[in-house]
Design a protein around this ligand. Structure first.
Ligand code: REX
Length: 408
């Protein structure tokens, strides 16, 4: 069973590698061909959502949780445990590491700086950070849309999942050190020419935030997003290794079949920082994406910039620090996914922000868990109207470190 998982993930890795660089010649897509408001959405299929979480646990996650927010209506569902030792049941109030969902927070800070006329999206990064990048043609927009061509240093860092993780779990990197790991490798494409997902882009985003504001990313996240939205369960504690307060422990699946999962809860997450080190809750991520899509965090023009999408595969597109997923019922949802050691996250909202879903599993490096967690979107947003044929079809995978089950 487990060995089947490993060989399958290797196959998926090969598929993913072939999709690594997606030519960006296609015109940016307009958001949602048939934008539907929450009023017009089918009611969530709560039984279907619970069944997906049961399946996530059956595929190997110790626990799974999901929360839907739609105005005053809240739906919560959980399966399994937060802690494999104590067997405490997981709850939707448990904090967790959101991984790349952090990228949307970083993008929002930069788009606010654009709104404040302190940054231009089409200006070269090197205008603000002279000499930083090896190519003056790489713009801020290229970075935020993963079209810079900067190689993803995590491909090598986590080629071996457990030893790669243990080598960095207590390390503290500067942004410069992370960027240098990337610059040792050739660029994956010419600036703007192709989509190629890379954490390096959001390391550069963090450097831009700190250079332009003179403050840490932590201060900017807190002052611009966490405090104004009342996200009291959301933290940026880098380089502290602990998750404050009640949280789900996160379990990293070993590459070797049958090996025990590693409790990865405590780590600096310094390899991720502005690309992936935020800690949050299901409630707070729902609040964040609803506020973003509802126009509360940026001007309408900047939100439109975030929502100029490049097609990644048949059901996924990428904007600026924002993913779009096209569901089987014709509805598109907007948000991000996250994969850090021990945690997978899906956090998405409707075009108008009126219905949001956050779904989490406290396991990682397990493609069966990831692909199953992805199926939470259909019952949450399509209700019972989803096409079972399409929902059961394995989702096309996007961009992955060699054999690394990450997000499509
Ligand atoms: C790091 C390795 C994956 C995870 C990564 N995470 O780049 C970023 C993120 C921060 O969340 N990205 C995902 C590790 C793709 C997203 O955008 O959704 N995998 C694990 C391995 C594989 O070690 N060898 O699964 O825990």
């Amino acid at each position: 069973m487990v060995s089947a998982k490993v060989s399958r993930s290797a196959v998926l890795g090969a598929v993913a590698l072939s999709l690594l660089a997606v030519p960006a010649q296609a015109a940016p897509l307009k958001a949602g061909t048939h934008p539907r408001t929450a009023d017009a959405l089918p009611a969530p299929d709560t039984a279907g959502l619970a069944a997906v979480l049961r399946s996530v646990v059956a595929k190997g996650a110790p626990g799974a949780m999901a929360r839907i927010d739609e105005g005053a209506k809240v739906y919560r569902t959980t399966q399994g445990v937060a802690d494999r030792m104590s067997r405490r049941a997981i709850t939707t109030a448990d904090r967790f590491r959101v991984g790349s969902v952090t990228k949307t927070f970083s993008a929002v800070v930069l788009l606010q700086l654009v709104d404040e006329h302190r940054l231009a999206l089409d200006a070269p990064v090197n205008r603000y950070l002279p000499g930083l990048l090896p190519d003056d043609r790489i713009t801020v927009r290229h970075v935020l849309s993963h079209r810079s061509g900067l190689y993803d240093y995590t491909n090598d860092m986590f080629a071996s999942s457990v030893s790669g993780f243990e080598a960095v779990r207590n390390k503290v990197f500067t942004y410069r050190q992370l960027l240098d790991l990337s610059l040792r490798k050739p660029r994956t494409n010419a600036p703007g020419a192709a989509y190629s997902y890379s954490n390096t882009n959001f390391v550069v985003a963090g450097m831009l935030i700190e250079k332009l504001t003179g403050h840490s990313v932590k201060a900017e996240y807190e002052n611009r997003i966490f405090k104004p939205l009342g996200l009291t369960g959301t933290f940026y504690v880098h380089p502290d290794t602990r998750i404050p307060g009640q949280h789900a422990n996160g379990y990293l699946t070993a590459d070797q079949a049958g090996a025990k999962p590693v409790d990865a809860t405590e780590q600096t997450a310094s390899w991720a920082q502005s690309a992936g080190a935020i800690i949050s809750t299901t409630r707070d991520l729902d609040t964040f994406y609803s506020a973003l899509a509802g126009g509360k965090l940026t001007s309408a023009a900047r939100l439109a910039d975030m929502e100029r999408f490049t097609r990644v595969n048949s059901n996924t597109s990428y904007g600026l620090g924002l993913r779009r997923r096209d569901l089987s019922c014709g509805i598109s949802v907007y948000g991000h996914t996250g994969a850090v050691q021990g945690y997978y996250t899906y956090a998405f909202t409707t075009k108008d922000g009126k219905r949001s879903l956050t779904a989490v599993a406290n396991a990682s490096n397990n493609s069966a868990v990831l692909n199953t967690l992805a199926q939470t979107l259909e019952p949450a947003f399509c209700g019972k109207q989803r096409s079972t044929r399409r929902a059961d079809t394995p989702l096309e995978r996007e961009d992955v470190a060699p054999a690394a089950p990450r997000e499509q």
